[in-house]
Design a protein around this ligand. Sequence first.
Ligand code: FE2
Ligand code: FE2
Length: 267
Amino acid sequence: MHIDRRAFLASMGGAVALETMSSEARADALEHYLIDQLDQTAVASPEQANATPQRPYRRGVGTLFVLHGSVDAPSPVKKLEPMPPRPTLLDFFKLRFAPANHVLQSAGRAMKTGMSEETILACLLHDLVLSLIKPDHGWWGAQLIEPYVSERVSWAIRYHQALRFYPDTAVGYEYPEMYYRIFGKDYEPPPYVEAAYKFARNHKWYMNARLITVNDLYSFDPNARVSIEPFVDIIGRHFKQPKEGLGYDNSPVAHMWRTIEYPDQPL
Ligand SMILES: [Fe+2]
Ligand SMILES: [Fe+2]
């Protein structure tokens, strides 16, 4: 995917604002910018964004709540369709996460290259939580799905965030070229990210998290046609859909699903 460096900087509030962010936050911002570019058509021009470099909310707010692509001349958020009773993961894909281009492309790449069903599922779920919140999305994202998937899948999602910054040429994962261009050559992950990487690198499930990053980087194709349909069977086999519906099973994460279902609740 072509990255318009000026548009990206403008969406961050300009180069000066970008410099005040930590490298980790900047890398996250880039990933989220790319996802937004894929998922939204209403994007402010660089001129619009430059005109008002301040924004009325924090950058980490989820995409359900704010259209990040048009931050400085905000478009109205979409009117949301009500969800059916006892909503399933598929209902959330269709009614809250759509178009979900980024995760569908990631999972599609994993499927095309013959990866395991657990890896395909991990790719499908790895960035869903960006609808809710963006900082530390690996940790939040793992928590969101933890009760419903194998421990290995949620573990992989937790650590993909840190692994993005560390190459593993044995599986063809190189440090992203675009990170050099956007952030310069001097990037050093903060200690907590480095510690998470070191822990994950020596873990028996390392490759599960690594494969998310392998599929992640090549999955920004704005022309790809995506659909949840190829993944329905895998979800059926590996995602333990609660019979009460996501949000209503009294699990420790039910409130997170309810917030995604009802992002317009005032309290
Ligand atoms: Fe991610
Ligand atoms: Fe991603």
